[in-house]
Structure formats: C-alpha cells, structure tokens
Design a protein. Structure first.
Length: 157
C-alpha cells in the first residue's frame, strides 16, 4: 500500500506542473492579473509581492486535504496534499530563491537544467503586460531552452 501512496504523491507533483501552467496562463495572466502584475514589474525592496497570494491559495488547498484525510479517514487525500506541498516547496526553491534570487542561496548554480529554467523565465518576463506571455511552466519548460543550455555546456567543456 505504501507504494500506492508514494505513486499518488509523485503523480500529484507532476500534475501540479500542469495546474501551474494553466493557472499561470489563464488565471494569473487573466482575471487575477491584479494579483500577478507586480511580479512582472521591476523589483521593489519589499519582502512580499501580491503574487505571493497564489502560494497561500495552494497552501490552503494542501492543508485542507491534510485535514480532510484525518476527518474523513481518506489517506489518499493526505498524499495528494503532500504532492501539492512538495511541489510548492520546489516552486519556492526554484522560482523565488533560484530564479528571482529573493535570497542569496543558489546564486552560483550553473547546471544546464537550471540555466534552461532561468532562460525560459527571462523570456516570460520580457513581457511586462498580461498579454503575449510565453513559457508559463516552472519545472518543465520548452525543450529548446534545455537544448540551448546543454549546447553551451558542451562548448564550455
């Protein structure tokens, strides 16, 4: 049974990339642009952005699943919530810490995978408005950015 729970957690984590892509494209760059807009503006000195509200929304969903698991005796809810939580941690580390460098961690990372993620995100942020966006994913970005990053790795070697 433990393998089923691990599988539920992993599948949820992977599905969250699709949920993130859809939410980013149609919600953040759609009817809740007012929450996301400051994220596309030049940095300010504040700790939080309005955009961070989305993290609170997904955290609430994860916590609700943990509670539902306990109250309803449905253990699979716990592992769905865990998959969402793990994706949220990955999102925070990759997006907020590595890409946007909201702290001084991981500033010297030069692996091809991380260079590809950073490039795709820069392409996304070249548009300051909500229209004409591209590269809405976070962990799985268009393959061309991975190819570019791997090519520059081979040239440097």
């Amino acid at each position: 049974m433990i393998l089923v729970y691990i599988l539920i957690t992993l599948v949820t984590f992977v599905i969250m990339e699709g949920v993130t892509w859809l939410t980013h494209k149609y919600v953040m760059h759609g009817f809740l642009w007012s929450w996301h807009e400051d994220h596309h503006q030049p940095r300010y000195n504040g700790i939080f952005e309005k955009n961070d509200r989305f993290g609170l929304v997904f955290s609430t969903i994860s916590i609700s699943l943990f509670l539902s698991s306990t109250l309803l005796g449905a253990p699979w809810y716990l592992f769905i919530g865990l998959g969402i939580l793990l994706y949220g941690i990955a999102y925070f580390l990759v997006h907020d810490i590595f890409i946007h460098q909201r702290t001084k961690w991981f500033r010297n990372s030069n692996h091809w995978y991380f260079r590809a993620l950073r490039k795709a995100h820069k392409v996304h942020h070249k548009h300051l408005g909500k229209e004409e966006g591209e590269c809405f994913g976070m962990l799985f970005v268009p393959i061309k950015y991975f190819k570019e990053a791997m090519a520059t790795t081979k040239k440097a070697a």
